[in-house]
Design a protein around this ligand. Sequence first.
Ligand code: FMN
Length: 187
Amino acid sequence: MSVRILALVGSLRAGSHNRQLAEAAVKLAPEGAEVELFEGLAEIPFYNEDLDVEGDVPAAAAKLRAAAGSADAFLLFSPEYNGTIPAVLKNAIDWLSRPFGAGAFGGKPVVVVGTAYGQFGGVWAQDEARKAVGIAGGTVLEDVKLSVAGSVVRFAETHPVDDAEVAGQLAEVLNRLHAHVEAPAAA
Ligand SMILES: Cc1cc2nc3c(=O)[nH]c(=O)nc-3n(C[C@H](O)[C@H](O)[C@H](O)COP(=O)(O)O)c2cc1C
């Protein structure tokens, strides 16, 4: 059975380079794995315990939880907004962190990558995402990283899948995540 990797993208704009990076991941998924790009983060309300009522969770949040529940692993794509994680991605992590102790990350492996305009490619945001998702119950692969600097320039004319260096690095990230799902102790 194919390993299901759920991709969450922390940018909502149509031309998002992080979204393009996620599209590249869909195409570069290794044999035996598939990457599903989750659509619908924009429709999920801000996390609010008053809305998080068993049996009556907002449909958009329930859809995210269902997709996460059937995933084997997660690949998060984060740009950097003002030195940290964009709210849309943090909101998704918050919804997936509950019910407390029984959230959909459920110890499954998570890798965080991304691209940003700055010279470090959004490392602050990606480190914050790793911290949050680890607290939310994911098993973060701390040594599997990819931060692509200068997004606006680098991907102005070239889709990440056509950027040989980035595509190669992303394929390696996917291989390592896939390998971890198949053999957690060995990876
Ligand atoms: C509100 C906002 C804040 C930003 N803050 C940062 C930042 O702190 N560091 C950085 O490298 N880029 C920053 N940028 C630039 C983004 O990295 C750049 O626009 C990036 O391409 C956005 O990702 P996307 O292409 O996936 O939408 C910021 C952009 C916006 C809109």
